[in-house]
Design a protein around this ligand. Sequence first.
Ligand code: DAH
Length: 341
Amino acid sequence: MLERIEEIEQRALKDLAQAVDQETLKAWKVKFLGRSAELGEILDGLKDLSKDERPTVGRRVNEAKSKLEAAHQKRSEELRKDELERSLQGERIDVTLPGRMIPRGRLHPATQTLRRIYAIWADMGFQIYRSREVEWDEYNFELLNMPAHHPARDMWDTFYTTTPGMLLRTHTSPGQIHVMRERVPEPIRVILPGMCYRYEQVTARAEFQFTQVEGLAVGKNITFTDLKGTLAAFARRMFDKDVGIRFRAQHFPFTEPSAEMDIECFICGGKGCTVCKYTGWLEILGCGMVHPRVLQNGGYDSTQFSGFAFGMGPERIAMLRHQIDDIRQFWQNDLRFLEQF
Ligand code: DAH
């Protein structure tokens, strides 16, 4: 009998060494330590043994059982360790790998140019003044010295609303009247940025929606020299400290005299190229001395006050700066375009 116990023990230990996971380990336990295991059977049969044999066999069975239990415990721990080790190996993190790139957002090229324009004018003491995009004909035209049927209105093809006299502003100039009426008789130094709309065929050079930055200075003894000096200072900061500039006579109903400012083409340095259409100059903005009638419409006494005004298109400036050849790019939201800035 003792030999049989010995044999069971050896067999069990051999089997145990072959258990590779918790699953086989469990099966092993049922087989060798379970209720109907061989050792259990021997215990059950003790009563049939002789009085002398009983204690020795009983002790031997219990000894074998606790030995197997201890072995099982040990094997189980080994296996658990192995499994942990394996999973750590498999999920090891390589801390030297470069991180995943997080796409970074950026400002729209028109916004970038706008902000640069704001910063330059802010440094020169100009406040930002915002005014409405939906305007009255009165402000967009009449108060700017363009009564009904004035031929100059043809310069601005207009989106009208179904409300008579209400339209989408075609330029930021009506804001001039709003600021003047609000500030009179204080001196004014403001820029008026914002969206404008024109009923135009959309092409590479023209959009029906675009931004403008208007500027207005009103005070006593403001002269055309102030206009030229201020705009030249702006151009030098916006483009280049040595940029050449020139003023060309032009006509706008709300300024007198009126002009357009050109800067020397920074692509070809004035020699002539496709960007400047071989003129050597790039038109940047319209400007002029505020027309006395416009000053009066704003509430200012035109015998006491004078002022200058200007208007520029940031998209146009961005196009020149970045050599963008199609204005429609600004509204297409094509990332291949936007990500270049
Ligand atoms: N409002 C003009 C336009 O949209 C631009 C302009 C020209 C604005 C001369 C001005 C100015 O303030 O003085 O074409």
